[in-house]
Design a protein around this ligand. Structure first.
Ligand code: ATP
Ligand code: LTN
Length: 339
């Protein structure tokens, strides 16, 4: 069997993922990403980041970003990520991310970056602020992943293209300089990889959506959750089934299924002869039930900021160790003098 490059001392593979504090965490982020992190944290050496460097490609108010980064950290822990077993840290606390991103940008063709759909979408959304960071965003993401020798990267469907670019960069560098980076695989959930906006179910639910009725946040109250689901856009007809011509109903079924664990087929049988209203109420209940312990744990953590700060600093130290080792390897391949 071929040797697997980059395994940790315990023989486990590595995983890394993150989310940007550019808004509050949504059930889209939870179902597509954070929940998967929770499920795999025992199986891998896991690195989970608050991706604050990435968040500034769109303008962030410094006070809001400061508070939100801490809040994100607390939400990760509240969702079940264990800071003893995993390295949970802020991207800006590990300088190696920006350093490696520069080196990798010299191994990334301009044309490849021009093809990224997120760049095209975000530059259309923010036409007055199409900055170079927005363009080179995927290179920083590649640095995030390659620094920790991540074999597997759990993300939602929208990040698949960035993962492919990361693989291309890693392979190009390895071909040019000899084996240096682990070439990562994406891990995309089977159900819930693309949760759609409640009012416009043909669009992805986004934490930075200006219309709050589109988005259910992890920290929404049960009342707000119920209200948002009740006013969700559904489709013509009255049958509750998963189909391309029923994006609203399909989205609600997918949210239900991914959190209740019941298959779409089971849910279609369960809702036979029932009305859209029944589905909406039940989805709201499933979501509320799932998020209740998260909200409670979150409140508790935010009341102990010293604890959060201590864990955050300690974790950044552990992240720096791994990142430093990888960067030293890259320095050697580049001909830079060791630090
Ligand atoms: P923004 O609105 O700033 O673009 P976002 O909501 O897309 O933010 P990110 O921080 O970019 O969130 O993504 C964090 C993780 O959540 C990624 O793995 C991403 O694929 C996943 N994700 C984001 N939105 C959804 C969604 N609607 N459905 C499933 N997964 C999602
Ligand atoms: N670009 C990702 C966030 C992100 C990320 C990462 C995800 C930044 N660095 C590394 C996985 C691994 C997004 O979801 N928008």
């Amino acid at each position: 069997m071929a040797k697997i490059f980059g395994l940790g001392p315990n023989g486990k593979k590595n995983t890394l993922s993150g989310s940007a504090p550019s808004g509050d965490l949504t059930i889209g982020n939870y179902i597509g990403a954070v929940r998967t992190w929770d499920e795999i944290q025992e199986e891998y050496n896991s690195y989970f980041m608050v991706v604050d460097l990435h968040s500034i490609t769109t303008r962030q108010d410094p006070k809001v970003l400061h508070e939100r980064s801490l809040s994100f950290y607390a939400q990760y822990l509240a969702c079940g990520l264990d800071p003893e077993k995993n390295v949970i840290f802020l991207q800006s606390h590990v300088a190696e991310h920006a350093e490696l991103a520069w080196i990798l940008s010299c191994f990334t063709p301009f044309g490849d970056l021009s093809r990224m759909t997120q760049f095209k979408d975000k530059s259309a959304k923010h036409p007055k602020n199409v900055n170079a960071g927005l363009f080179t965003y995927p290179v920083l993401m590649a640095a995030d992943i390659l620094l920790y020798d991540a074999h597997v990267v759990p993300v939602g469907e929208d990040q698949k293209q960035h993962l492919e670019l990361t693989r291309d960069i890693a392979q190009r560098f390895n071909n040019d300089r000899g084996e240096t980076f682990v070439v990562p695989e994406p891990m995309i959930p089977k159900v819930g990889a693309r949760v759609m906006a409640l009012q416009e179910p043909t669009r992805k639910m986004d934490k930075s959506d200006p219309n709050p009725a589109n988005t259910v946040f992890l920290l929404d109250t049960p009342k707000a959750i119920e209200k948002k689901f009740k006013s969700a856009t559904t489709d013509s007809g009255s049958e509750i089934r998963f189909a391309d011509d029923k994006p609203g109903v399909s989205n609600l079924l997918q949210i239900h299924s991914s959190l209740s664990g019941q298959s779409i087929a089971e849910l279609e049988t369960h809702f036979q002869g029932k009305m859209y209203g029944h589905l909406k109420v039940e989805v709201a209940e499933v979501v509320t039930e799932r998020l209740k312990p998260v909200r409670e744990k979150y409140e508790q953590l935010m009341n102990d900021r010293d604890y959060l700060q201590t864990v955050m600093r300690k974790s950044a130290g552990r992240a720096r160790e791994h990142a430093g080792r990888t960067l030293a390897r890259v320095f050697e391949k580049m001909g830079f003098l060791a630090k």
